[in-house]
Ligand binder design. Structure first.
Ligand code: FEO
Length: 405
């Protein structure tokens, strides 16, 4: 593959994974990339490696530029295997290289490899590495999104190697934002950013704001952000920083996502009238059936909307399993600034709606109450109630959304 010079003597030497569709349970219909970067300076320095399946691709890219044994330094910004599982291959080729890594990164690496023969320099925020004409400044970003995570800023190039942050799961021939927008579209790129944020970074919104604030206080100038997945931000690096701040502040559209499942179509029939009520109240509505929708897509669509309704039949006095799974997944992501409601059909007894609201409270999201439960199949009267439930929920969402202006 062709290496790409992203700044003078700084090269993308990564790999494009066109085929991956399941990234530890997160669906990646558009594949992804594992980006790593080689600085061809007096001290040749590699920033990150790639997923082990693609080590030969990245090593081949490096070989187009230099003999890998000449690598003096390996910066490990993050030890998750999609970036760190080729380290042993690199160290076999460059055994004298020094690994620059955070303290927690070193501890984690010791659990993955026999590191006893490797040289390390443990770094923290503010530490630097001079490679010749370039100075690398290390910035720890613990819990964004692992304890070991850090970013590396190449001062003279005004380049921030941002690791997972600002990434997207997109396999594409485009390496830069402007190239991608030209060959695909801005909205496809925005969707990939939100998808990635919702499924990976949603729990860390407050940390993201704090860390961006700290980076801004360092007074560093950034004219390119190079993440370890997807395209590199060179046209408007400030726009992706602002986008992250907006997402961390709970940015959402005036929209409602209905996420439902159904046993004998009764809860499904309810969605039709609820959706119509929402639409007639002037609010956009997206409807997703859980059994037909990957979990990570449901999470993304949840996050895009200011309000969410969960439709679940009652099964054995509790939530339908797919709805319970979605809510458990959502709880781990610690969403904020959304309003939840629930509806569904039951044969007798009920229980799903009650359990849904208990789960909303565990997630600490605001709720629209009471939920709506019907018995067996919706009657004509039930249809009217569903319609009015949709209208009332949409009215509440409009009022709530207006408080964010
Ligand atoms: Fe792309 Fe946290 O790994």
């Amino acid at each position: 593959m062709k290496t790409i010079e992203i700044k003078p003597d700084i090269f993308w030497v990564g790999a494009i994974d066109w085929a991956v569709r399941d990234f530890h349970g997160y669906v990646t219909p558009n594949g992804t990339t594992y980006n790593n970067y080689l600085i061809m300076d007096e001290q040749i320095t590699l920033l990150d490696t790639v997923k082990h399946d693609f080590s030969y691709v990245s090593i081949n890219n490096i070989k187009h530029l230099t003999d890998p044994s000449k690598i003096s330094n390996l910066v490990v910004n993050h030890i998750e295997p999609d970036h760190a599982s080729s380290i042993d291959k690199i160290m076999a080729l460059a055994p004298d290289a020094t690994i620059y890594i955070t303290e927690k990164g070193k501890k984690g690496l010791d659990r993955h490899f026999d590191t006893s023969k490797w040289k390390f320099r443990i770094v923290k925020t503010g530490d630097t590495l001079n490679t010749g004409k370039y100075t690398l400044l290390f910035i720890e970003t613990p819990m964004l999104h692992w304890p070991d995570s850090m970013m590396t800023y190449v001062r003279e190039a005004k380049l921030l190697i941002s690791q997972d942050a600002f990434g997207q799961h997109l396999a594409t021939t485009a390496r830069f934002d402007d190239e991608f927008i030209e060959c695909a579209s801005r909205s496809e790129l925005d969707d990939a950013v939100v998808d990635y944020y919702a499924n990976i970074l949603m729990p860390f919104g407050e940390l993201i704001k704090t860390k961006i604030g700290e980076i801004q206080k360092l007074g560093i100038k950034i004219d390119m952000i190079a993440p370890d997945h997807g395209i590199i931000w060179r046209r408007e690096p400030g726009s992706i920083i602002q986008k992250y701040l907006d997402l961390a502040n709970g940015q959402a559209a005036l929209r409602i996502t209905i996420i439902y499942d159904t046993m004998w179509h009764s809860t499904e029939l309810m969605t039709l009238f609820i959706m119509q009520g929402i639409k007639d109240e002037g609010v956009d509505c997206k409807v997703l059936k859980l059994r037909a929708t990957p979990m990570s897509v449901a999470i993304k669509e949840f996050w895009k909307s200011r309000g969410c309704l969960i439709g679940s039949p009652t099964l054995n006095n509790i939530l339908f399993p797919s709805a319970a799974e979605f809510l458990t997944h959502l709880r781990g992501l610690r969403p904020k600034k959304r309003i939840m409601g629930a509806f569904g059909s039951c044969g007798w007894g009920g229980g799903a709606i009650k359990e849904a609201y208990e789960e909303f409270k565990r997630i600490k999201l605001e709720t629209f109450e009471p939920g709506l439960q019907i018995i067996y199949k919706p009657s004509v009267e039930d249809n009217k109630n569903c319609y009015e439930f949709g209208r009332a929920f949409a009215t509440k969402i409009k009022e709530y959304h207006a408080t964010f202006k």
